[in-house]
Design a protein around this ligand. Sequence first.
Ligand code: ADP
Ligand code: MG
Length: 691
Amino acid sequence: MTAVAVQLPVGFAGAQADEWARPRSFPRAEELSRAVDVLPGVGPAVKKRLQHLGLETVGDLVDYAPRDYQRPLAETPIAALRPEEETAIAGTVRSATLRKARRRLTILKAIVEDDSGGITATWFNQPWLEGKLSSGTRVRLRGSLRRGEFNVKSYDIGDGEATADYAAIYPASEEITAKKLRELVGAALPASAVDPLPAGLKQTDSLPSRIDALWALHRPRSLGEAETGRRRLAFDELLLLQVGLAVRRREHEAEVAPALDPPGELVARYRDVLPFRLTEHQEKAIAEIDADLQRTAPMQRLLQGDVGSGKTVVALYALLRAVEVGRQGALMAPTETLAEQHFLTLDEPCRELGVSCALLTSSSPKRERELAPSADIVVGTHALIQEGVQLDNLAVAVVDEQHRFGVEQRQALTEGRSPHVLHMTATPIPRTLALTVYGNLAVSEIAKPPADRKPIITAQVTEDRSAAAYSRLRRHLDDGRQAYVVCPLIEESETSQARAAEAEAERLQRAELKGYRVGLLHGRLRPAERRDLMARFKAHELDVLVATTVIEVGVDVPNATIMIVQEADRFGLAQLHQLRGRVGRGAEQSYCLLISRAREELTDSAIERLDALVRTTDGFELAEVDLDIRGGGHLLGTRQSGLGDLKFAHLRRDRPLLERARALADGLVDVEGPLHDEVERFFAGRDLSAG
Ligand code: ADP
Ligand code: MG
């Protein structure tokens, strides 16, 4: 790690205030919670675009971390440009023309001249600039010379400072540019901010004040300054998280769960009805769970393992341990679809064992809902079980988190009941990190899937070669196998997602999949329709399942041996890995074809994601890659859980900060003041002081 923990120079804030006149309009902390449209230049349209980036309040903008900064660059005369070297040019526009090259690719070319000569400057996918580049307009451009043209990376038209040295570059979208974001963040930055850190701590740890850190983050004069600012903000986040977890740890110390007798007759029969032997990893996880269950301290265990590694089999074991002593087990899933899928998996072995298993979702008929709470095993959504369905006899709860780890859900579930809790996640978190971030959670891992699986072969296919991907898929179908086609991810409502999937399924049925039996699975199907569809696919009455991401988990059809993911670059790494786990579930060799735009058009992180998937099928390794790309903030919780993602901290790089925060946390639990307030805000205002 580099030595960036230096104190900012005395007068840092003052010096900066000279350079960047701080606006006076938003001086107080409560201003930060106002909606973005109080800022100049934000109308309903911009507000909506900001919303898509998760930016709803002025404070969200203030906390919007730059992805990078412009490096200092000397300007180069156009005649002296050299290939592939990033530089800046300044000149006057002579003419501009726009060309639509392909679906989703437009190329804008402008002739730009300075005293030394002229060149064609090229922008990709920014058609709206055409109108601004009229002849005679002054521009400053950053970019590099490629094949005789100047590829523009950032630009200033007329006045502006997007190409200035160390200008912040924000994660932008197709709807809103990094440049616009820069202006808005500038307008949102306050002149002062509440500082939650005790003064003594800032001193000993050489941390700048919060307001200086914010200015350094958004308007640095050097990369070192930017990093010093970021580190301070990252430290705040990690400290809030650790203090919050310390508070929770205290609460849990007082809780008591029923100590269960050693494994008995029911789980012995369960082992007998399983059509296979448990793997060594499964046995180890079961032994760890057994050890937890015989204690009165509630089990808080994370069971991690790749998709298809056999976690559900272990989870059912834990639930049956409750049933065999006359208590209840509950399995909570994040969505209704998942709850149903889990129910389908559990129901069969439960029947064989004479154990009653009930599904409880908001679309269950009233009567079922009334009866469900008295079943031996209840499967339902997190939401429903949280909303106060009384499971009076609950002894073991399995919480299926899938991608995310919701601390809040754990809290809600255990409130007043204190069952033993087993969390399942198919997005493994590197083990040491799991321990550091999740406090006292014990971890069991199923590091290897059952032996007879062949690793899935994954390949990247560019859009223009998608026909070849589909002919491969048809070969599988002709051999009597089945397939999945995953529709592009659109970040709108489930309804528009469903509509798009419907259109795509119809198109495929007429074109690439003509003559095959195609089913469509999306989140808007009614539960009965969905169940029926899944049953038909399982019974091979359908050849292909065209689906949205709802097939991500739970679907288990070993005869499905090939998957095509359309526009794979739009999906997250963990999500793609999950999707891919739908194939490779039998003994046959399976394939996953990731269709995406041409490499040049992809972002660096999209390339990294796709490459990683091709390289490995090991979820633990992919977790490390994901952590590198995304910093790990996403591991902490969902929006619904009320715990925001980390914005500044990078769990891997900031490991020393994390450990420092952890070391300080217990000592800060009882400190009143702004830190405590912030902890509460960070944990969405839940009452953390109990106990
Ligand atoms: P996960 O929940 O981790 O995705 P599952 O428990 O659903 O995995 O198991 C995936 C598939 O592997 C299921 O079809 C299951 O029956 C099968 N399976 C689980 N454990 C074993 C095992 N030890 N040997 C063979 N097959 C297994
Ligand atoms: Mg499963």
